[in-house]
Design a protein around this ligand. Sequence first.
Ligand code: SER
Length: 319
Amino acid sequence: MKKETILVIGSCGQLGTELVEALREIYGIDQVIASDIRKAAGEVFESGPFELLDILDAQAWKGILQKYQPTQVYHLAALLSATAEQQPEFAWKLNMQGLFHVLDAAKEPGSSIGRVYWPSSIAAFGPNTPRFETPQYGPMDPTTVYGISKYAGELYIQYYYKRYGVDTRSLRYPGLIGHKSDPGGGTTDYAVAIYHDALKDKQHTCFLKEGTTLPMLYMPDALKATLDVMHTPAENIKMRMSYNLAGMSFAPEEIADSIKRHIPDFNILYAPDSRQAIADSWPAVIDDSLARTHWGWKPDYDLARMTADMLENIAPRYR
Ligand code: SER
């Protein structure tokens, strides 16, 4: 295997935390540089190289590039949907300018960066997108700053691929659910918090209402998809915007029922807030047939299996 140096930007977030671990298992601890604007508590990164990096700081970014000469960059730093609505101007700046810093470095002649991963999201869809079997191509009219930045980013990564030959790869993640980090300000994050609340209080107050079906993906599947799309030969990547990706779809009462199978006296209450409107603008069930056909995507987890695994892994914290 060619020696790779991998830089993960936004490594303390929900995905980054676990991706760094997975990449270090594949490439070796010292070959994977974790970076974030701050160190999260209880760092997994003490086990390997970590750099404080604000991706908006052009000088600092240049310094990291010179120091490590990364061959692959996973650029994950962004504000998620609900947080971005609190500070829309900053969210646009971070989500777009950060991406341009990475893409512009990769397009430089002689750049060390051979491949760039950047995540998109179901937030790139909007109220006029078909909600069921949501196709890869169709009406895209995102209503959140986060979604607008994701859709614009998709068009730009495709542009940099076509115009400058930057090998960009991307997935439209559903809501991601994992047990190694806390919810990160997303509209789908109730589906992480609910497991913690179930173990702590046997009760969860959901900020979405009953019947709000959203696409979701369990972290081991998200990691598998991310690594697979990055490791597949370039000629298999026939979609240079972001691939539709699906794992499972459920509404709050369905995840609550799956928890009740383990904790019979668990109770869910509903107090929908501004995040309901965001959820209502997103699809319910995604058609991910292109990912399946082009590079063999297939998720391993359904709701029941995910619930069993989440509860087992989180339970020790609340004993
Ligand atoms: N999980 C994200 C959010 O809710 C969607 O990409 O913001």
